[in-house]
Write a protein that binds this ligand. Structure first.
Ligand SMILES: O=c1ccn([C@@H]2O[C@H](COP(=O)(O)OP(=O)(O)O[C@H]3O[C@H](CO)[C@@H](O)[C@H](O)[C@H]3O)[C@@H](O)[C@H]2O)c(=O)[nH]1
Length: 485
């Protein structure tokens, strides 16, 4: 019988959910006195998320999942941003979460003590529940400490808006002085404003006020548990600890689902076929392109990539996904990708390339045929690529990915740049020549980046081994959680 209960609240995106579930599992693996329960906010239009949860609920027997019941909200399309909709949805679930924890607390009070509520970066309204039930609340962060530094600094930037930042139509945040760059905790170099998340730039939209709302609440927690490791984010961790009011940072990563993606995909045969193709390719010969669980690019951009790939002459494995229809939907696989690619492209590249939809990314990165990864720079993708020592070429498209790309290229020298400030929604286009140049540099141009990535790969594995830095952080977190109050 477990003695300690830890609860998690996670928003329902693969990028957040997978590291949360893996961490819940890691906690109980590390200390069998603990049991983990995750509250799941269900969104019916996310089949890949639902199949992931189903699979993990049946394989991770020590992790419990509680599906929160639907709540009344206006249609998601009536909100200015999906973050606004999700944040309100989470607020509406507060009572239910409180009720469930309270119920468990009462029924198990003799055998198990509820010792922590871990909420993700957009579930901060749940801090109220922890306070009402007198449970320590921690933030569980699936993005890097550098981004945490930015979020902790956002309330400061907000107070400077009127005096130091202005724009012509009073909507976008840009410095008054065009040469101004932002000094942000977590970054050694000043940050160009154009790498800020687009929801933050548009300060009149509700995305901005929600970012600010969550950012202000971070300091109310006991600490932030981050899916990162000291060896990767040493500067960011020290800088955030020294210059912000965050109570404590626990770098416990990398927390990855290494066994996962084929197992939990609804169509396993399709995923196995991709791996069969890859197994037949020579070592380090294939460039892999994938833009995350929520990423998709427009047709003109896909055509530029196709021409760039063809001109580069490298073998490729390219995940292409159709843009979502509704505001909360995820991209889907094209029924016929041929229709959107340049005429004859598939025939001309049949010997060297494979086009697919959703791919088993971690399994692909582990395959020795992969020589480089063109990535949107979601934090999980970065951690996975570094784990396997695969160099990245950066092509961020949304969320905090531009900042992640900046950190990788300019701060850490761990990636080559296709772009660090690309914005999907701005109509920006990366031309075929840039794609070709980026891929050539990635695949056989930059030995220094490749060497550093291989070194970081070793360090990432050491961090989670017994006596590694993340292992020590996890131990310290558990000591805090289980300490008698
Ligand atoms: O075809 C695919 C696409 C994705 N993945 C996996 O899905 C995850 C994607 O995570 P991530 O790379 O972090 O990207 P997003 O899905 O875009 O994640 C969101 O959440 C991350 C963590 O907070 C942020 O860093 C991102 O910017 C945000 O978009 C990774 O584990 C991938 O291996 C697959 O297995 N197959």
């Amino acid at each position: 019988m477990s003695k300690y209960q830890v609860f998690f609240v996670s928003t329902p995106g693969i990028g957040n959910l997978v590291p949360t579930v893996e961490f819940a599992q890691r906690l109980i693996h590390h200390d069998p006195r603990i049991s983990s329960t995750i509250f799941i906010i269900s969104l019916s239009q996310r089949p890949i998320v639902n199949s992931y949860i189903q699979s993990r609920a049946s394989t991770y027997s020590g992790v419990n999942f509680i599906h929160l019941p639907p709540v009344d909200t206006p249609s998601p399309d009536q909100y200015q941003s999906s973050l606004g909709y999700l944040s309100l949805l989470i607020q509406k679930h507060k009572l239910h979460v409180k009720h469930e924890i309270d119920k468990l607390q009462r029924t198990e009070s003799d055998s198990a003590r509820v010792c922590g509520l871990l909420v993700d970066m957009f579930s901060t309204s749940m801090i109220d529940v922890a306070n009402e039930l007198n449970i320590p609340c921690y933030l569980y962060y699936a993005s890097p400490v550098s981004f945490l530094g930015f979020m902790l600094h956002l309330p400061v930037i907000d107070t400077q808006l009127a005096t130091e930042f202005i724009d012509s139509d009073n909507e976008m945040i840009v410095p008054k002085d065009a040469a101004t760059e932002l000094i942000i905790p977590g970054f050694a170099n000043p940050l160009p404003p154009k790498v800020l998340p687009s929801s933050v730039l548009k300060r009149k939209k509700d995305g901005y006020s929600w970012f600010l709302y969550h950012a202000r609440r971070y300091v109310e927690t006991k600490g932030v548990v981050v899916n990162t490791y000291r060896e990767l984010e040493q500067y960011a961790i020290n800088s955030v600890a020294a210059t912000t009011k965050v109570p404590e940072v626990f770098p416990v990563g990398p927390v990855l689902d290494l066994a996962g993606p084929i197992e939990w995909h609804p169509d396993r045969d399709q995923q196995h076929n991709i791996m069969k193709w890859l197994d037949d390719q020579p070592r380090s010969s294939v460039v892999f392109l994938c833009f995350g669980s929520m990423g998709s690019l427009g047709r003109s951009q896909l055509r530029e990539i196709a021409f760039g790939l063809e001109r580069s002459g490298f073998r490729f494995l390219w995940s292409i996904r159709e843009p979502p229809k509704g505001s909360l939907d995820l991209p889907s696989d094209y029924a016929n990708a041929e229709e959107i690619l340049p005429e004859g492209f598939l025939d001309r590249t049949a010997e060297i390339g494979l086009i697919c939809g959703w791919v088993p990314q971690v399994t692909i990165l582990a395959n020795e045929a992969i020589g480089g990864f063109v990535s949107h720079c979601g934090w999980n993708s970065i951690l996975e690529s570094l784990w396997y020592g695969v160099p990245i070429a950066t092509w961020p498209i949304y969320a905090e990915q531009q900042m992640n790309a900046f950190q990788l290229v300019k701060e850490l020298g761990l990636a080559v740049e296709i772009r660090v400030d690309f914005r999907n929604e701005s109509g920006d286009l990366v031309l075929a020549e840039e794609v070709e140049r980026g891929i050539k540099r990635l695949m056989d141009g930059d030995d220094e980046v490749r060497r550093k990535v291989k070194e970081m790969s070793k360090k990432s594995k050491m961090a989670v081994m017994e006596n590694g830095s993340s292992y020590a952080s996890l131990k310290s977190l558990i000591e805090k959680l289980t300490a008698e109050i």
